[in-house]
Design a protein around this ligand. Structure first.
Ligand code: GLC
Length: 654
């Protein structure tokens, strides 16, 4: 939009740009800056307009964008232009992701590069490399406490090796996702150290207080993230003799975004990683970016404005790069991280679908899809040009973040139901085969989350121990069922490394004093490549899971109805054990896939005439895209075996 005040400021800024910037060919940069400037100016003004140095800060911001544009290499600029042309590229069903720790997956970046073939064999073409930036050897929160935002941790490699990996991925049409931990730094980061040494400039990068007055006011309304291991939200720093805001661990200092210098540094860092070849940047803990006394300090409006501003700036320099919002918050809040626009994602194009993840686990424990169905019905439609990251589990704990109202509508008591779920997955509940552990237990609120590998949570560990073949098969079926849901729901499925070969809980973390207190490490495996080889051995557990997923991925990629265009309809079936939805091919009429998942341990049936009567589906010639077979029918009853899923079409694709 053209608007006089911002435009005259833009002219002034461009006139004042340093000669070395002005001399360059910045054609595309200027067009994009012109297009986004009003939004950038308005947001920046809203956040920082009251400051005397506002104009100077705006100049600094534009310079950062311009300098990073100049550094962006030709290939990446070309890819920006291509992605502008096919702007819906990331909504395609072609993308299948995996999140992994580089050292756990393959020791280091070179190792990861040598295993790209393994990922390709499975069908994965988007890899989220969890934090690989420099961090302290001990207190690192798995890399989420960064001590240098522009360098790779020496334990996994070098910048040069990352560029080689990124190049190799580009040649293979694989997307690289990197983390930028925007909310906090390690207390060993240079900014924190300089703040500690009393430099005012860097003190202003954090929330630092002389006494407990303000911290106590904050504490009145702020929840605790790690109540067992890092209670409270402030830490007393013995060198400064002051209190620092540390929402996560005591060594993770929260950055103060009410200071524009912090915002500009972070934009610079995001663009730096975009220029190293990241196709997607995962912005960590975005719900926490703005702190206000009297609130939970999560999901504040300003946190959204900061994200919009980050997006607008990134679009000027590196428009082909997407953002993932990591906001594991209430269902109605999560969706806002796409940005509240009619069509285009104004904040992050991709967001973790934590609601779906939690609901899937609930369905596993209850063996029915009542809450799953209810919870998904309550989830608002995503924006047209945005997509979900659908996952069964990730490197973090599983939080039971569904809505209390939905729990009630599904016929349960919220408190008792959450209690049951934690008991179920931690194996306390008698009939449960799960072998997880409680995480983040808060005795004040009764809240708890769950740790444990996918395989161990669905009973594979106990089944193997008991040598119970039927139970082993049941666990494998559940693993496949859960993946069939994330592959067909709409959005990018994100697998978690090790799950594709049924990795069990790994308790070696207990021997490491830096990890022993954090049981999320039980599901952050080190891949045993000898075990991974078993995927080639017919009948092995590894082979049954790996091959199942491989086939599922291949079918997903060739099924246009699985692209993400708000083309999903939940189907009411009258059978609470089944989760059923219809996906329509957005580009072709009469091409739909009926997704049916049976969460029960007993066979269930679906009355097909109900579907066709409502015009949903013809049921004469059903064909399951996954198995390549026609499923069993009894008159108009479709029989769905225990823990099975179907991807049904009413015509056979040749
Ligand atoms: C995110 C990460 C989590 C980390 C936290 C603090 O939630 O996923 O692993 O502990 O941020 O950085």
């Amino acid at each position: 939009m053209y608007e006089q005040v911002s435009h005259s400021l833009l002219n002034k800024i461009l006139d004042e740009l340093k000669p070395e910037i002005r001399r360059r060919d910045l054609r595309h940069f200027y067009t994009r800056l012109g297009a986004n400037f009003y939004a950038i100016y308005s947001l920046f003004h809203h956040l920082y307009g009251q400051r005397d140095d506002f104009e100077q800060q705006m100049v600094n911001l534009v310079e950062v964008m311009a300098r990073q544009y100049i550094k962006r290499n030709g290939d990446l600029k070309q890819s920006d232009i291509e992605r502008e042309q096919s702007h819906n590229w990331f909504l395609s069903q072609q993308w299948v992701g995996m999140a992994l720790y580089v050292d756990g997956f393959a020791d280091d970046l070179t190792g990861a590069r040598s295993h790209l073939g393994y990922l390709q064999d499975l069908g994965v073409n988007m890899v989220h490399m969890m934090p690989i930036l420099r961090c302290p050897a001990g207190a690192s929160d798995g890399g989420y406490a960064v001590s240098d935002f522009r360098n790779i941790d020496a334990r996994v490699g070098t910048l040069e090796q990352l560029r080689e990996l990124a190049d190799s991925m580009r040649v293979r049409d694989m997307l690289l996702t990197l983390d930028v931990v925007v909310n906090h730094t390690s207390d060993e980061h240079e900014w924190a150290q300089r703040a500690r040494a009393g430099e005012k400039k860097y003190e202003d990068y954090f929330y630092i207080f002389r006494d407990r007055n303000i911290p106590d006011m904050f504490e009145e309304t702020m929840p605790e993230i790690f109540p067992e291991t890092a209670p409270g939200n402030f830490t007393f720093d013995t060198t400064m003799k002051k209190w620092v805001m540390t929402v996560f661990n005591d060594y993770q200092w929260d950055l103060n975004y009410s200071n524009p210098a912090v915002f500009i540094e972070m934009v610079d860092i995001i663009l730096f990683w975009a220029n190293q070849g990241a196709d997607i940047v995962r912005l960590d803990a975005v719900a926490f970016l703005w702190k206000k006394i009297g609130t939970t300090c999560q999901n504040e409006r300003e946190a959204h404005l900061i994200l919009q501003l980050m997006k607008d700036c990134s679009q000027v320099t590196a428009p082909g790069v997407l953002f993932i919002a990591e906001a594991i918050v209430a269902p109605v809040e999560i969706i806002k991280y796409f940005g509240e626009d009619a069509v285009i994602a104004k904040e992050c194009e991709i967001a973790y679908n934590a609601t779906f993840m939690a609901l899937l686990w609930e369905a596993v424990a209850t063996k029915n899809a009542k809450l799953l169905d209810q919870g998904i019905r309550s989830l608002p439609d995503k924006l047209d040009r945005a997509t979900w990251l659908n996952y069964v589990r990730c490197h973090d704990d599983i939080g039971l973040g569904f809505d209390d109202t939905d729990i009630i509508k599904a016929g349960y008591n919220p408190y008792a139901h959450r209690r049951f779920l934690v008991d179920y997955f931690t194996g306390v509940y008698d009939a449960s085969p799960a072998r997880g552990q409680p995480f983040g237990v808060n005795f004040k609120t009764g809240d708890a989350r769950i740790s444990g590998s996918l395989a161990s949570l669905v009973g594979l560990e106990s089944a193997l121990l008991a040598g119970d073949e039927a139970a082993i098969q049941r666990s494998i079926d559940i693993i496949l069922l859960l993946h069939s849901m994330i592959m067909s729901f709409g959005g990018i499925p994100l697998l978690y490394y090790g799950d594709e070969i049924g990795n069990l809980n790994d308790c070696t973390f207990l021997q490491d004093e830096n990890k022993a207190h954090d049981n999320r490490w039980m599901h952050r495996p080190r891949i045993d490549w000898t075990k991974a080889e078993l995927r080639n051995q017919h009948g092995s557990v590894e082979q049954r899971i790996f091959m199942g997923l491989q086939k599922m991925i291949a079918v997903r990629k060739s099924t246009a109805a699985f692209a993400d265009y708000n083309n999903r309809w939940l189907i009411e079936t009258g059978n609470p054990h089944l989760f059923v939805f219809l996906r329509n091919n957005p580009f072709q009429l009469n091409d739909s896939v009926l997704v049916v998942g049976n969460f029960d341990a007993a066979p269930q049936s679906l009355t097909l005439s109900d579907l066709s009567n409502r015009g949903h589906f013809e049921y004469g010639r059903l064909y399951d895209l996954y198995s390549g077979e026609s499923p069993q029918q009894f008159n108009d009853q479709l029989v769905v075996p225990p823990h099975r899923f179907y991807w049904l079409t009413d015509h056979r694709l040749s």
